[in-house]
Design a protein around this ligand. Structure first.
Ligand SMILES: *[C@@H]1O[C@H](CO)[C@@H](O)[C@H](O)[C@H]1NC(C)=O
Length: 283
């Protein structure tokens, strides 16, 4: 992706050498080349409390926006897959029980990755939810979309190629101030494939903690990019999209798809179709 963009931009630059478009945005990147934020930076901080849920993220759970999938990781033990939720803060009238999975990648062993499905939600409401146990419990909220309607007003953000550099941080902060209500994520999440062996999994975990400030509070609609393939035979990993598929569930069955990489949803006034450009990879 990056290489293609580079070739394309070199080509364009050579054609438009004498054109000066001036400054078109108040937002100017300061740091290039971009470097990954070190793991001990506070943006990757592990939440307090024994086995506290981390890397919390939500996505739409059904076809029409009346369900969400909540996902999180507990690092030490499975713990509980229970989500308590409701329409007022601290008073959780409903609960749903999910499930968890874990996987290995090279010599890395993942934490326990929970997924819980909440359905039958009302449109246009703020829901509060709580996960985890005892003093390691954590609470968040999200807003359901308006009923499907061609005139329903709604603001989507589009983010792709996020990674975990200092520029990623400024992009995320910039988005969070934009008023966007749902992210359409167009592939290349963590860039953990820059790493090898144990560190690939470690950088997926750090990315999950980094993005939680947005992903726990509004749905990010996922699609896979080439950086999710992670075909790494030298470390025994040959199943494409393994980390991505274990960590980022999608509501593919609601659109009668047979693969989580391909699906469709409707949300407010939008009909969103997620394609997977790299699906033929391998076989
Ligand atoms: C999942 O976790 C259990 C308990 O720690 C462990 O025994 C098992 O090997 C793990 N499975 C994978 C695929 O990592």
């Amino acid at each position: 992706m990056l290489l293609h963009l580079f070739i394309l931009s070199s080509f364009l630059l050579c054609c438009v050498e004498f054109v000066n478009a001036g400054i078109t945005s108040a937002f100017i990147r300061s740091e290039f080349p971009s470097v990954d934020i070190p793991l001990d930076n506070e943006v990757f901080a592990v939440p307090k409390g024994q086995n506290a849920p981390q890397q919390v993220h939500i996505t739409q759970g059904d076809y029409d926006g009346k369900a969400v999938i909540i996902s999180w990781v507990t690092p030490d033990q499975p713990g509980s897959s229970l989500v308590q939720y409701g329409l007022s803060d601290g008073n959780y009238a409903s609960k749903a029980k999910g499930s968890f999975r874990n996987y290995t990648f090279g010599d890395y062993k993942s934490g326990f990755i929970h997924q819980c499905y909440l359905d039958g939600l009302e449109y246009d409401k703020k829901y509060y939810y709580k996960i985890g146990e005892g003093d390691a419990a954590r609470s968040f909220w999200f807003q359901t979309p308006p009923k499907i309607n061609p005139d329903a007003s709604y603001t989507f953000g589009i983010i792709g190629d996020l990674g975990q550099t200092y520029n990623s941080l400024s992009t995320l902060k910039h988005y969070m101030h934009s008023g966007g209500q749902t992210v359409l994520f167009v592939g290349d999440l963590s860039y953990a494939d820059r790493y090898q062996y144990h560190d690939v999994g470690v950088r997926w975990d750090s990315w999950g903690r980094f993005t939680e400030q947005s992903t726990a509070y509004q749905p990010w609609i996922w699609s896979a990019g080439n950086h999710e393939i992670e075909f790494m035979p030298y470390m025994g990993e040959v199943i494409p999209f393994k980390s991505y598929l274990n960590r980022y569930p999608t509501p593919y069955m609601a659109s009668k798809s047979s693969s989580p990489l391909w699906y469709a949803i409707r949300r407010a006034s939008a009909h969103i179709i997620v394609l997977s450009s790299y699906s033929p990879f391998g076989n």
